[in-house]
Design a protein around this ligand. Sequence first.
Ligand SMILES: N[C@@H](CCC(=O)N[C@@H](CS)C(=O)NCC(=O)O)C(=O)O
Length: 257
Amino acid sequence: MARLPDENIHPVATGRAAETVAQHQDPQDLVFWSGWFCPFNQRVWIALEERGIPYQYKEVNPYKKEPQFLMLNPKGLVPTVEYQDKALYESIVLCEFLEDAYPTYKPSLLPSDPYERARVRIWIDHVTKNMLQAWQRLLMAQDKAKADAARSDLYDAQRKFAAQVKGPYFVGEALSLADVMVAPWVAREYVLEQHRGYDRAAAGGEWKAYAERLSGRESVVKTTSEADKLQVIYDRYLVDEAQSEAARAIRSGHMMP
Ligand SMILES: N[C@@H](CCC(=O)N[C@@H](CS)C(=O)NCC(=O)O)C(=O)O
């Protein structure tokens, strides 16, 4: 019998992420409605931290679909942002919004060169359509054939992405949104290593070096909670009992929401 996904979720961020939460309690123009465990959410959190944008952190459990939260985001998903009392959502849209709404906060995470900006967006699309789908399929795979296929697709997606990384980051010296979009899943690769026979090196030396660099980045570390709290959530996916929108989508062969 599948348990509801909110039952065992630790209610708030822990470890380094809890320290970051504590520093962002004062009211601000921007309220960040966050689920500490969510990788989509962490994208926005990393962007906020990288750029030093003032924000007020508020924790929400998106699985409860509370009416007040659904009024902000009809999908009932984190991340959600309230900016000057108007609500926005979708992690990629939100990161782009932060670029538009806070142009004076440096560094920008989009390169100034139009070609490079477009290249960043092309490879974010690759992350969405290829890398994350394979990641989630591998996480939820219940037999060897499915796991092997998903792992191979994931290595392929990571290898292709790594070939585009100019180094040390996607566009060169500066961090960009291409890196931000990948970082939360890189920081969670240990789950696949421990449970799904994943090996970073099998995606190639370029991916391995890039992934190590990215997961050690301060903005990633300071928005990451303790591994044992995260494991409770991943346990549900590993036995294919998760009831999130993402789990349902992967189970039925669709793209994640
Ligand atoms: N496409 C969305 C995905 C966000 C998402 O799936 N968030 C999950 C947590 S990681 C959520 O809120 N799940 C609640 C649910 O599935 O009911 C984005 O990029 O922001």
